[in-house]
Design a protein around this ligand. Structure first.
Ligand code: SF4
Length: 324
């Protein structure tokens, strides 16, 4: 699978107010390297506040990198993206209601990007609008509806259709089904999977729900406090997680298929540390049930094994640690 998006040593800092007159910078994304292959679905998981959405926004061009870069098809993406480059990566949000204009009908919403980007000749906007609706499983009835007249699942389909209107190569879906009930979420996930097959779309799927990631994605990246701690094919990572944090997350997922003699099954202690006070060494060490002395002193190395990348001072097999 050829590479379409590459993230290199990406850093995103934000200013935050820490007192009446004091301001500090918080590092939401801290030196991430990541690749998306053409036509693949990559899941990005981790606790809320770990930086998933900031990474997504940086890839889409909504959060300027403080360092590092994003490459699209091998070409570095400039901070100010020209429209031709902007349209190639589109984002879908958790709450489509807030991203749709409440005064516009569905067909007006879809026609707007078609006219703005001149994706089709002016005389074909109506035809293309109907095609887009059909593509996401909606029809003539919904075309004339306002967002408030649609269900949550229908609104999310409209948001997907609007993203598709500019013919992107990459969709970034940030918790796109988190607000939907299970059966509606399932149908939207099927739609994403179907669009990947039909249009060859590449998808970055951000979710806190590992069961959904297992069903939808080809690969998964696990994020903790601004960094990737493990990444690899879904089948491998779910069967043989290489990082203690991944093991804890997976232990929270009900599964009939996952068989492991996990020693890291006791759950996580406490809340994630603030990004204003990132622990030294391995940033997971204050909460890691397996932490050893060196974990608080030195950053863990990247270890590659069977297509997986893991950042830990130890190599893990079935819950047992081995010295690297
Ligand atoms: Fe746990 Fe140490 Fe590995 Fe970090 S480096 S995940 S603290 S065992």
């Amino acid at each position: 699978m050829s590479e379409l998006v590459r993230v290199e040593r990406l850093v995103v800092d934000f200013p935050v107010r820490t007192g009446l007159l004091r301001q500090r910078r918080v590092r939401a994304v801290d030196g991430i390297d990541l690749e998306l292959g053409r036509g693949e679905i990559l899941g990005l998981v981790g606790e809320s506040g770990c930086g998933k959405s900031t990474l997504a926004r940086a890839i889409v061009g909504l959060a300027p990198p403080s360092a590092g870069r994003v490459l699209l098809d091998g070409v570095p993406v400039p901070a100010r993206r020209p429209p031709g480059m902007r349209r190639r990566i589109q984002m879908i949000y958790q709450d489509p209601g807030s991203s749709l204009d409440p005064r516009r009908t569905v067909s007006q919403t879809l026609a707007e990007p078609l006219r703005r980007d001149r994706t089709v000749p002016a005389g074909q906007v109506g035809l293309r609008t109907r095609e887009l609706l059909e593509m996401v499983g909606l029809g003539e009835r919904q075309a004339h509806a306002l967002p408030r007249e649609l269900s949550g699942g229908q609104r999310q389909r409209v948001a997907i259709a609007r993203a598709l209107a500019v013919e992107p190569e990459v969709l970034v879906a940030d918790e796109a089904v988190a607000a939907l009930d299970a059966s509606v979420a399932g149908s939207v996930l099927n739609l994403l999977s179907d669009l990947r097959e039909r249009l060859g779309l590449t998808v970055l799927f951000i979710s806190h729900d590992l069961a959904t990631v297992r069903g939808l994605c080809d690969r998964v990246a696990v994020m903790y406090l601004g960094s990737i701690v493990e990444e690899g094919p879904v089948a491998e990572v779910f069967a043989r997680p290489g990082h203690p944090y991944t093991r804890v997350l997976l232990d929270a997922v009900p599964s009939r298929h996952r068989r492991r003699s996990g020693t890291v099954a006791r759950g996580l202690a406490g809340e994630p540390p603030s990004p204003l006070r990132v622990p030294p060494g391995c940033r997971f060490h204050p909460r890691c049930p397996q932490a050893a002395e060196r974990c608080g002193e030195a950053e863990p190395p990247e270890v590659r094994r069977d297509g997986q990348r893991v950042w830990c001072h130890f190599s893990w097999r079935d819950g047992q640690a081995f010295e690297l």
